[in-house]
Design a protein around this ligand. Structure first.
Ligand SMILES: [Zn+2]
Length: 140
């Protein structure tokens, strides 16, 4: 699953909780089922990383160090090892997160959706983040 989707899902989940640690743990756990779904991965991981970072900064600016931010951070945290792998700082076999290492089967990932798909997914993810902000992003 692309990182922007994890950020959006984690923001939604985090907005439900009042305790930051709970939001982080639930967000982190959400990474597994989302990775197991068939999905489109961005062709350019830098675009995905940049939009994800932008969303995280936006959440922080809106809600501070909130459960929503922690949910989003927890949800996207496992992809940090993917970033290290894509930048060749670690090897494929060094990955430890179960859906990245192969311990849990990763959903069929297709790339080649192209820039239009990536922009649409980014906008949809940003829309979900706005929904999360309206739901409970004010809590911090
Ligand atoms: Zn992942």
């Amino acid at each position: 699953m692309c990182s922007v989707t994890h950020v959006a899902a984690g923001a939604i989940l985090g907005s439900i909780f009042e305790v930051r640690l709970t939001a982080f743990i639930v967000g982190f756990a959400s990474h597994i089922p989302l990775d197991m779904l068939p999905h489109v991965d961005f062709d350019d991981f830098r675009f995905d990383a940049a939009v994800s970072l932008g969303l995280l900064v936006g959440i922080y600016l809106w809600s501070g160090f909130s459960p929503m931010l922690l949910g989003a951070l927890g949800a996207v945290a496992p992809d940090f090892e993917n970033l290290l792998w894509k930048t060749k700082l670690i090897r494929e076999e060094d990955k430890i997160f179960p859906t990245h290492s192969g311990l849990i089967r990763h959903g069929r990932a297709t790339s080649g959706g192209g820039l239009r798909t990536e922009v649409i997914m980014s906008i949809a993810s940003a829309g979900l983040v706005v929904v999360a902000l309206l739901l409970g992003g004010h809590r911090n």
